[in-house]
Design a binder for this molecule. Sequence first.
Ligand code: HEC
Length: 155
Amino acid sequence: MKKVIHFIVFIMFSGIIFNACSNNNQQNATTASGDTAQVIETIKDPNKPKPMALMMRQMAANADSMKAKLLRGESIDSLSFPFIRFYLVEPTDKNVLEPQFFENAKIYQAAHKAIFDHPTEQKKYYNLMIGACISCHENYCSGPLRRIKKMPIIE
Ligand code: HEC
């Protein structure tokens, strides 16, 4: 019984961990005991993630592989990394769909395109694109910022 109460109390206070705007990096959650660590491991995505959240995961995965390729000295092309129209699909929180969000989306779209318009300076433009991810996330969804801030290529 004690364990059950512990579990319920944990769920009440940790709702934020399961929010789509958290950084999804559950190892980083503060764990009061070994039990809670296990709970974190077993409950992933208890809610069905919304299309925008899924697209963002794809964008983050793409950014990671763009970075890996650029670090290997390879060039990247827009067929392998097309622009993902995340701003047309349903977000977890509909309140984000306001003019500032669409403005940030446009700036990000231009930054994404610029990578492929500058084939000899792709690292520089990749970093500028990540800057556009960061600016939007500073306004709308700060959970993933810690992860995104590790994405720029530092040489
Ligand atoms: C115009 C604003 C905007 C831009 C640009 C943007 N994001 Fe997001 N991002 C959001 C919003 C809003 C959410 C929450 C989506 C939801 O929960 O439906 C989100 C969610 C995420 C998530 C969490 C997804 C999950 O698992 O729930 C990650 C990771 C992420 N973004 C990474 C990125 C990366 C990497 C970039 C750039 C390549 C980027 N974002 C660009 C607004 C933005």
